[in-house]
Design a protein around this ligand. Structure first.
Ligand code: PMP
Length: 431
């Protein structure tokens, strides 16, 4: 596979962009080698600057649920562009998308648009603090909530991949208000709540973690969090930047039947445009300015192009239940194919999956939290990653990421993924 163009672009990029990339995990640091520079993508395929094509399993880290360059979304964007790119003033489409989100996501009675998942989580925590009059919040180890200062404590995703979960530049003053508990551990939460009476404003959690690889909530975990929050007057926030509109049209909260007080949403609502949102119970969201005292703003928030893309995407998700059937079936087929491959090769690695999110962990033990995930053999993952790339399969370049499937994957694509997985595992184990 020739990647000369990507190599020279990466070399050039490093002179003017830190590390040559605009977001760390793109740099292939944990897997080694040169990142691919992408030229275009269509449906289930992505094309690099050397003309190589790959089956797409990153999908812009989640949002391309319907595959790339979906004709209806593309048409909506083209249509909106003719009316200017931004006004910084209210539009009717913002009401339409807000009403749609309120109708789809169980916890959301009012919603505010922002421009990224990071903004959504930062704002949600501020509102929870304003609403409760408390300063601290509980974060779960290995969950990633964007790069807001107070979340860069035991963070997953790029932060763990880069080996710097506690970033320089985050002050001790900020860090002291972030309390930590392991995923799937209700006792640890209870202890923190007892040790900090009337001080904890919120618990924020990825209802299915996607940023330490895919880690599922154990039976009763999410409900346990709900009960503890009720008991202690704490705002429960589900960060559904990855799971929202992906696990079901109402996100993980609908999938697992547990309703938080607030939810944060991201990239998926924009169909790939830069968007985020946070919402929740009316009595909490009424604290947001200008209705209430908690300040939060954005010049480009509710941007007309993003709203046009998002509205079209959400309308499809809302009216075509077959999308979720297809995602579930594709996820099950790939999981089964991976399991059969492992069995044939006599390997015993752990696969975690739910719906269209899957991670193959290079460890024999169960993965229920960040400590478990870190037992994976990341060097072996690096070999696997490059082997898959050689076979034309584009995965997230880190063990601590999930695959994100799209409805654009054909039966042949699925077979190709399963076969590549088998061949690559065989090769890297010299079997
Ligand atoms: N929350 C979660 C659960 C995420 O996965 C991410 C990013 N992948 C974020 C927040 C941050 O979103 P963004 O990168 O759009 O700021």
């Amino acid at each position: 596979m020739n990647t000369d163009n990507s190599k020279s672009l990466f070399e050039r990029a490093q002179h003017s962009i830190p590390g040559g990339v605009n977001s760390p995990v793109r740099a292939f640091k944990s897997v080694g080698g040169t990142p691919l520079f992408i030229k275009k993508a269509k449906g289930a395929y992505v094309y690099d600057e050397d003309g190589n094509s790959y089956v797409e399993l990153i999908n812009s880290w989640g949002p391309m649920i319907l595959g790339h360059a979906h004709p209806e979304i593309e048409a909506a964007v083209r249509d909106a562009i003719g009316n200017s790119l931004s006004f910084g003033a209210p539009t009717s489409r913002e009401i339409e998308i807000a009403e749609l989100i309120v109708s789809m996501v169980p916890s959301i009675e009012k919603v505010r648009m922002v421009n990224s998942g990071t903004e959504a989580t930062m704002s949600a925590i501020r509102v929870a603090r304003g609403y409760t009059g408390r300063n601290k919040f509980i974060k779960i180890e290995g969950c990633y909530h964007g790069h807001g200062d107070s979340f860069l404590i035991a963070a997953g995703s790029g932060a763990v991949t880069m080996g710097a979960p506690d970033s320089p530049g985050v002050t001790p003053g900020t860090a002291q208000d972030t309390l930590l508990a392991p995923y799937n551990d209700l006792e640890a939460i209870e202890k923190l709540l007892d040790a900090n009476p009337n001080e904890v404003a919120a618990i924020i959690v990825e209802p299915v973690a996607g940023n330490m690889g895919c880690v599922l909530p154990k039976e009763g975990y999410l409900q346990g969090l709900r009960d503890l929050c009720d008991k202690h007057g704490v705002v429960l926030i589900f960060d559904e930047v990855m799971t929202g509109f992906r696990l079901s049209k109402g996100g993980a909260q609908e999938y697992f039947g547990v309703t938080p007080d607030m939810s944060t949403l991201g990239k998926i609502i924009g169909g790939g445009m830069p968007v985020g949102a946070y919402g929740g119970k009316k009595e909490i969201m009424e604290y947001v300015s200008p209705e209430g005292p908690v300040y939060q703003a954005g010049t480009l928030s509710g941007n007309p192009i993003s709203m046009a893309a998002g509205l079209t995407m959400l309308n499809i998700l809302n009216t075509q239940p077959e999308v979720y059937q297809k995602l579930e079936e594709t996820g099950k087929r790939i999981r089964k194919g991976f399991e059969e491959g492992l069995e044939k090769l006599g390997l015993n690695y752990t696969i975690n999956s739910v719906g269209s999110m899957i991670t193959l962990f290079f460890t024999d033990s169960e993965v229920n939290n960040f400590e478990d995930a870190k037992k994976s053999d990341t060097a072996l993952f690096g070999k696997y990653f490059h082997g898959m790339l050689e076979k034309g399969i584009y995965l997230g370049p880190s063990q601590f990421e999930s695959l994100f499937l799209s409805t654009a994957l054909s039966d042949e694509d699925i077979d190709k993924i399963i076969e590549a997985n088998y061949e690559v595992l065989k090769k890297i184990h010299n079997l």
